[in-house]
Design a protein around this ligand. Structure first.
Ligand code: IPE
Ligand code: IPE
Ligand code: MG
Length: 229
């Protein structure tokens, strides 16, 4: 039994650098995305082993539609295959799937697959894997604010929070971005208010459980005062 004293419950990752990983190897971008899916598999398993309650992964942003049609369709294909092929693995590892973002606007076959996967994993308890699909934090906040405004209490921090896509997950502790870019790219803007931010040059397909452990070690050394002392 491993003792987990890093103290983090919820880690989010902006999985960036698939394209550069492929370019370095003179491969097409889709090869980078395929390698990225392998990294997802390994990291989700590690997240459970490291005692994390939730991991949120940025898989497709609301801005990624601007990419060439072929790349968008490659990414959607990989997503579908990932959900299909890993459902059994989620069951075996007690992983509950959650999807955040405007995923209901995706193609009907993807929506059906997601609904089935959510349903099949709803009772799993060890780790929640939240995948951000067609996700943009500004879009999430507009939707949450609209829903909050329609409620009796109106717009407050609490009612907005209650309508975020991430409601029900533990507060975000640590936000990691790979590939050396130092920006949030419209990811979890509200939830990141007091998260520790961790940037690494590692390209996403090269990100290993040891890198996740290094980020958690970094987190364990931070003192979070949440505005107090
Ligand atoms: C991240 O890798 C994956 C997605 C955005 C889906 P990129 O495709 O952005 O890789 P780079 O940034 O071009 O290297
Ligand atoms: C952020 O990466 C989105 C995902 C990782 C899914 P991008 O590569 O799309 O972000 P920018 O364009 O560099 O900001
Ligand atoms: Mg990128």
């Amino acid at each position: 039994m491993i003792i987990h004293d890093h103290g983090a419950r919820h880690v989010a990752i902006i999985m960036d650098g698939n394209g550069r990983w492929a370019k370095k190897r003179h491969l097409p971008r889709v090869a980078g995305h395929r390698a990225g899916v392998e990294a997802v598999r390994t990291i989700v398993r590690a997240a459970g082993d490291m005692g994390l309650e939730a991991m949120t992964l940025y898989a497709f942003s609301s801005e990624n539609w601007k990419r060439p049609e072929e790349e968008v369709s490659d990414l959607m294909g990989l997503m579908k295959r990932f959900i299909l092929s890993d459902l059994d693995e989620f069951a075996a590892n007690d992983v509950r799937l959650k999807v955040i973002g405007n995923w209901r606007a995706l193609a009907p076959d993807v929506v059906a697959l997601i609904e089935n996967a959510l349903d099949r994993t709803a009772g799993n308890k060890r780790t929640t894997l939240a995948v951000a699909l067609n996700y943009g934090a500004q879009d999430e906040l507009v939707r949450a604010a609209r829903a909050a405004a329609a409620e009796e209490g109106g717009i407050t921090a609490e009612t907005i929070e209650a309508h975020l896509d991430t409601t029900g997950l533990p507060p975000l502790d640590l936000l990691i971005r790979t590939s050396g870019e130092v920006r949030l790219s419209n990811f979890l803007l509200w939830q990141a208010a007091y998260a520790e931010l961790y940037f690494t040059d590692r390209l996403w397909p090269d990100f290993t459980p040891a890198d996740l452990q290094a980020a958690l070690d970094h987190f364990a050394r931070r003192e979070r005062g949440f505005g107090g002392l």
